[in-house]
Design a binder for this molecule. Structure first.
Ligand SMILES: [Zn+2]
Length: 419
């Protein structure tokens, strides 16, 4: 049996956190914690790691706050991970499993060795120091990378001598940058340049720290198509329930003949099949989820059409700005929202496709997703992992995707087959 284990960040901070199943990632500012929820020891390690950030990493740990201090964001993230592991060890947490299963860890070690980049190797060793991931990474450090594990040991020692608070991270990161030479220069929006193609390997280890709207997603730049092979965290989704003051027209279905009832309508059938009564044929209900991001170019009038032609359906629209979005329910149980509520519910981006599809998966079937198939995470960045996520939800929940309003209408207006 698959067991789902929920972390409880509220146990370490006062306020509520949004917990999301996914790759390890924490957004300290918006209080989002993304972690794997499986029971295996690596998932358990990653939950401990991210919850350590919740407890010990201050919200000011952001790339845009670093520009002035002269520290590079990637270095700071690796040193901060090292500090988390020192504090977790001090708290008695067992870190021997590491965050990666053996094949993934060895593949990362191979990539690190093939890149032959001393700075990357040091950052990986620093981030993984004193965890079950360290040994394989250190073993891959030969030739020009040979000094990397030693430097990681020194980082840990310096952190401990500085007292293991966040200021220690900033100070040790600055020292480490003088050793490595700065390569990633903070740009004015807080992102960095000069990373390895495909992003920093160190950032792949335990996921980015800090605010996803900034450099946390190493290598992902806004509007950059296809961060291949990567999962970009979804934005935060809010569900809105506007008032549904209007009845949906023609909620009941067309008449059909039946052999029981009170509405005598087909007396001529008495001798044929005795189905002389008429009853309303139930409409196919179902749920329609409408992607209202800019690329879909849907107007309130299009949504109005869909409402008129899908009388028995639950209908919702969604869109987002760069980091958060809104799913708005426009029709349910034969009632619908007023015309003023049919506009795009938030910004022009996708960003919340994952959570919106998760919602659709819980609604009455048949389930239709009106979308051009483009899915994105924060900053409207498309990742291969995000497409896979959407495909997986559609597959398991039997969701039909259609790019045209005409097809969506046809699908939902069709009568349920008689039983
Ligand atoms: Zn971390």
């Amino acid at each position: 049996m698959q067991v789902t284990v929920y972390p409880l960040p509220e146990a370490v901070t006062e306020s509520a956190w949004a917990i999301r199943e996914g790759p390890p990632y924490v957004d300290l500012e918006n209080r989002i914690l993304s972690v794997p929820l499986a029971e295996d020891p690596h998932a358990c390690f990653l939950r401990a790691h991210e919850q350590a950030h919740v407890k010990w990493t201050p919200a000011r740990c952001r790339p845009d706050r670093l520009a002035a201090s002269g520290t590079s964001w990637l270095t700071l993230q690796a040193v901060e991970d090292c500090r988390m592991h020192a504090l977790l060890t001090g708290a008695g947490v067992d870190l021997t499993a590491g965050g990666l299963a053996a094949p993934a860890r060895l593949s990362l070690a191979r990539r690190m060795r093939a890149a032959g980049d001393f700075r990357e190797a040091v950052l990986c060793a620093v981030a993984a120091f004193a965890t079950g991931d360290f040994a394989d990474l250190a073993a891959a450090c030969d030739g020009p990378l040979a000094d990397a594990p030693q430097l990681a040991t020194e980082v840990r020692g310096r952190l401990e001598r500085c007292g293991l608070d966040y200021e220690a991270t900033v100070r040790v990161a600055r020292w480490l940058d003088t050793k490595l030479g700065r390569r990633d220069r903070p740009t004015d929006n807080g992102r960095t340049s000069g990373e390895l193609p495909g992003g920093s390997l160190a950032a792949l280890l335990y996921g980015p720290n800090g605010n996803p709207g900034h450099a946390g997603l190493a290598g992902c730049r806004p509007d950059e198509p296809g961060a291949e092979g990567r999962f970009v965290p979804w934005g935060v989704m809010t569900i809105r329930h506007p008032e549904l003051p209007l009845p949906v027209a023609a909620y009941t279905g067309p008449l059909r003949a039946t052999d029981g009832g009170a509405f005598l309508r087909y007396p001529h059938r008495e001798t044929v099949d005795r189905r002389v009564f008429a009853a309303r044929r139930p409409r196919k209900g179902g749920t329609l989820l409408i992607d209202m991001s800019g690329s879909m170019s849907l107007t309130a009038a299009d949504v109005e059409q869909l409402l008129a032609h899908s009388p028995a359906s639950t209908i919702a629209v969604y869109s987002a700005d760069r980091s958060a979005g809104v799913l708005k329910i426009l029709a349910r149980h034969g009632r619908r929202a007023a015309a003023a509520d049919l506009l795009r519910p938030a910004g022009q981006f996708n960003v919340i496709d994952g959570p919106a599809l998760d919602w659709l998966a819980t609604q009455p079937p048949p389930r239709v997703w009106l979308s051009d198939g483009r899915v994105t995470g924060v900053n409207d960045v498309a990742g291969e992992g995000n497409r896979e996520y959407a495909n997986r939800v559609c597959g398991t929940a039997g969701i039909t995707r259609t790019p045209t309003t005409a097809d969506a209408r046809k699908f939902l207006a069709a009568d349920r087959p008689l039983v």
